[in-house]
Design a protein. Structure first.
Length: 412
């Protein structure tokens, strides 16, 4: 039996009113709506702890300072834009919004972007990737290969719009104009640049058309050069069977590509100087060898002459022996001179044969035989198949002497 209340304190809490009850879900939704309407997006500084990254790719962690902490989450889409890897104990600056995870009633910071505090994201990403690849052995000196002495074909992976390409072509043309150059134009900065560079390296490597490869660009800020700090580019260089020269920026600029490449050039111009010697220097070196050989032969003749003269003095009949030995010496001198001249002739023939072979490989020599090269305009792409042309296409045709601008009126 219910007890009849006799005192004011015994009266029901909601006496004379309609009782209103909230479910837990409704209460949490009210709290969540109040938070989101009253508290705009905020910047928060703190230290990462309890970092977890499940297979979903979302990043869950606690953001704390000396006195307090708050749960935080950065979803995979936002996390994909980070240039560094968050770690426990790292001080960071987070931008996001505070809301309630109504399922558990947990207060959370939903992080939209994150920056390391005290050092830039790019620098931190650079150091993290450098350490990772170094531990995997990508920078080991033992795996780096020497460059070929006089490569017949040179690959260049860079922008076809930058000054770096024209500087390299000028240097190689001045040093050894008959070298074959395969240019693979790519984006060197901005979104998708790293993927283009890596694909170009792999393509030239698979083609077997080049003996050495220059990968690089002109100078710029760290952001401009960042494509050459991407892991995909580093692994493409490491996987290449063709030796790679990294030539990125200026002498003071260092990228991950520099550490992985077989050779690092301080500038693209230096890379061009590194890949081929001066033809005039090689010819001068051959002339130097010739002079050295002449001096060596003369010295040998003098030593032989002194030896025979010494023997003559020890003979019982110096006059007769001297005449015999002088005759023998003359014969040896003539024979040595003949052999020396024959050796010189052989060396000259080999040099002329080598120069002739080099000249035969020159594209200009092909043009001298009546052939021509057609470039489709405005792309400047060499035309190998008439099927790639359409009526009205503009061509620039290069002959052994001069060029001509043409328009396609028909094809077979």
């Amino acid at each position: 039996m219910a007890r009849t209340p006799t005192r004011e304190s015994d009266l029901p809490l909601f006496a004379g009113e309609t009782k209103t009850f909230l479910t837990i879900s409704e209460l949490n939704e009210i709290i969540k709506g109040t938070l989101e309407s009253q508290l705009d997006a905020v910047w928060v500084v703190g230290e990462i702890s309890n970092l977890r990254v499940p297979p979903s790719g979302h990043c869950y962690f606690t953001l704390k300072d000396e006195k307090s902490q708050i749960a935080a989450v950065m979803f995979r889409r936002q996390g994909a834009a980070l240039r560094f890897t968050p770690e426990n104990g790292m001080a960071v600056l987070c931008f996001g919004r505070v809301s309630l995870y109504s399922v558990r009633g947990d207060l959370q910071l939903y992080v939209e972007s994150m920056e390391p505090r005290g050092q830039g994201a790019l620098y931190l990403a650079f150091e993290q990737l450098k350490q990772k690849l170094a531990l995997e052995g990508l920078f080991e000196p033992e795996r780096k290969r020497p460059l070929p002495f006089l490569p017949a074909a040179i690959g260049i992976v860079t922008s076809d719009k930058g000054a770096a390409l024209y500087d390299m072509l000028r240097i190689i043309g001045d040093r050894f104009p008959d070298r074959r150059i395969v240019i693979r134009p790519v984006k060197v900065q901005g979104e998708g640049a790293a993927q283009e560079i890596a694909a170009a390296i792999a393509e030239l490597d698979r083609s077997g058309a080049v003996e050495v490869m220059i990968v690089g660009r002109g100078g710029g800020s760290m952001e401009d050069l960042w494509a050459f700090n991407e892991e995909i580019v580093a692994r493409a260089i490491f996987a290449s069977a063709v030796p790679v020269i990294s030539a990125v920026g200026h002498e003071i600029d260092f990228t991950i590509a520099d550490f992985v490449a077989d050779q690092r050039a301080p500038t693209p111009t230096a890379a061009a100087e590194m890949v081929v010697p001066r033809k005039a220097d090689l010819q001068a070196e051959m002339e130097g060898f010739e002079q050295t050989l002449l001096r060596a032969m003369r010295n040998k003749l003098e030593i032989a002459k002194d030896y025979w003269l010494g023997l003559v003095k020890r003979l019982s009949d110096p006059g007769r022996k001297l005449r015999e030995n002088q005759q023998r010496l003359d014969e040896l001198s003539v024979d040595l001179s003949r052999r020396f001249q024959e050796r010189l002739r052989q060396l000259r023939d080999r040099l002329a044969h080598g120069i002739g072979r080099l000249d035969a490989l020159s594209p200009l020599a092909v043009l001298d035989r009546g052939y021509s090269i057609a470039h489709k305009l405005p792309e400047e792409r060499i035309v190998k198949d008439a099927g790639a042309l359409s009526l009205g296409d503009r061509l620039r045709v290069t002959f052994a002497k001069g060029k001509a601008l043409c328009r396609v009126e028909g094809k077979e």
